[in-house]
Design a protein around this ligand. Structure first.
Ligand code: BG6
Length: 493
């Protein structure tokens, strides 16, 4: 489908040669280009430190895309995308870079284009510097169509998040700030909204009367790669739980919004976050556990432990794994534990929301081989596949009263469906100015409030951290979070 042009628009990528741009943004832009979803008047500016010519940048772009896309790479969309780009070399801490940027933006037409997106694919500590420089150069709140996109983590705790927000607001209005959490762009997360609110069947059982507990797992088999400088400061609680996992929790737990507009949706998510029971300091140990991977084997290959990763100190107690339990004190969820877990270098990459239902109230099959009948589950998988299934019991055909679990399965993607990542959806939304899937500051603030006691508690414990072998499902101690003996981590989809 060819996109209708909303007029000239520039999309400036700060940190165009960094990890985020390389792994996520450039492949997503390629997919959008290949699908004809980028309107003809959209131009990109790649800003980075390297002293490159336009040709150097185009060669880099092609190399990155070939490498990331493998067999699905095609020269044509790559060339089309490349021709929309201009490379501007400069250090974003240096005012000259902004003068160069201004020149590039003004060049094709007289005066400055008003519709400009500034994507800060850079280290969070540098956000403020860039925003201040943008303001000084004349880009900011006075042009309603200048937007900035900031990645998570937004701040490093509740106080720094508030301070960052105040300072961003000095130059940009809330409508201009797009706080991205790419998990909200994932197909399964959007499908969860449809699944919950478009099916009469689901809503009556989606509550404390029928649900025993909820598990949210985001496990990755990869380690920290070359991100030690960032990750060793952040840790998994800031990197994953405060944002991605908390957002998944809100979408599972929220009430139906009055309508599907950005604010109605976000109001409901904030209500969930505000209803999460604060964990008292003395109870952190029974509600949250952190750990770090040691050496081990992942997919048949030996890998080093976290402390041996390049750039990580041998004494580091930064967590690469977090398991935590939260309660939502409202009418729908009171008493239902939400178990959240994430880790690097786990046995496999697997992300899922698993909802376990209660046992039937009557043990009708007590005297039969069905005595230990497993409860029902609904599993929404984010990766490796995007799917949803329900586990129900059915009788095995035959004379005996034996059961088997049947899976009612729905794959969210056609077998030959294009593998689009969350970033495609979110980049289109930014270009079109749709804020529904971006975070409002109160969401960020309340999510920090939830994890803040855990952060503060762990900040004091600098001597010890649990460990798990790389390639495992995390430390055995995480089982202590469960409220009842028949609950356990679900490691399969
Ligand atoms: C990022 C985190 O936000 O999400 C990374 O900083 C993590 O540490 C990544 O690996 C996971 O995203 P995805 O889309 O690959 O599941």
């Amino acid at each position: 489908m060819k996109q209708k042009s909303p007029g000239p628009c520039y999309f400036v990528i700060f940190g165009a040669t960094g990890n985020l741009a390389t792994d996520k943004l450039l492949p997503a832009l390629y997919h959008l280009e290949a699908a004809g979803r980028i309107h003809e008047e959209l131009r990109f500016i790649a800003l980075a430190r390297r002293d490159w010519s336009q040709d150097d940048w185009r060669m880099h772009l092609e190399r990155v895309l070939r490498d990331r896309l493998g067999e699905s790479f095609d020269v044509d969309p790559c060339a089309r995308l490349g021709s929309r780009f201009e490379y501007v070399s400069g250090d974003y801490n240096d005012p000259t870079a902004y003068a160069n940027l201004m020149e590039a933006l003004s060049r094709p037409r007289a005066g400055t284009c008003e519709n400009i997106i500034f994507y800060l694919a850079i280290r969070p500590p540098d956000f403020l510097e860039v925003v201040t420089q943008l303001h000084k150069t004349g880009f900011s709140g006075s042009f309603a169509r200048h937007r900035i996109v900031v990645e998570k983590p937004f701040g490093e705790d509740i106080d720094s998040a508030k301070a960052l927000n105040i300072r961003l607001h000095k130059h940009f209005t809330e409508e201009q700030i797009f706080r991205i959490d790419h998990y909200l762009g994932k197909e399964t997360v959007q499908n969860l909204l449809v699944f919950r609110f478009a099916n009469t069947l689901i809503e009556p059982v989606w509550n404390r009367n029928y649900i025993d507990h909820v598990q949210i797992t985001v496990a990755e088999d990869k380690g920290i790669g070359n991100r030690a400088a960032y990750f060793d400061q952040a840790g998994a609680l800031r990197d994953m739980v405060q944002n991605h996992l908390m957002q998944l929790l809100t979408v599972v737990a929220m009430e139906p919004p009055a309508m599907l507009d950005a604010d109605a949706l976000r109001d409901e998510k904030v209500k969930v976050l505000r209803s999460i029971r604060p964990i008292p300091m003395r109870a952190i140990g029974t509600h949250a556990l952190r750990a770090q991977y040691g050496p081990g084997t992942v997919a048949g290959k030996s890998v080093p432990g976290y402390q041996d990763e390049p750039g990580v100190s041998e004494q580091s107690t930064t967590e690469t794994y977090v398991a935590a339990k939260f309660y939502i004190d409202n009418w729908r969820w009171r008493g239902v534990p939400f178990y959240l877990r994430t880790g690097k270098r786990m046995a496999q990459s697997m992300s899922a929301i698993s909802i376990r239902f209660r046992h039937p109230p009557q043990q009708l099959f007590r005297e039969t081989p069905l005595e230990n009948i497993e409860p029902n589950w609904i599993v929404l998988s984010l990766q490796p596949h995007e799917s949803m299934h329900m586990e129900l019991h059915a009788k095995q055909p035959g004379l005996e009263m034996n059961t088997r679990v049947v899976k009612l399965m729905a794959s969210f993607r056609e077998e030959d469906g294009k593998l689009l990542d969350a970033y495609e959806t979110l980049l289109l939304d930014v270009i079109e100015g749709d804020r529904s899937l971006f975070l409002r500051f109160d969401e960020v603030e309340w999510a920090w409030r939830v994890v803040d006691p855990i952060l503060r508690h762990w900040a004091k414990e600098t001597e010890f951290i649990h460990s798990y072998p790389a390639g495992s499902w995390g430390p055995g101690e995480a089982a202590r979070l469960f409220d009842s003996e028949d609950q356990d981590w679900r490691n399969t989809i």
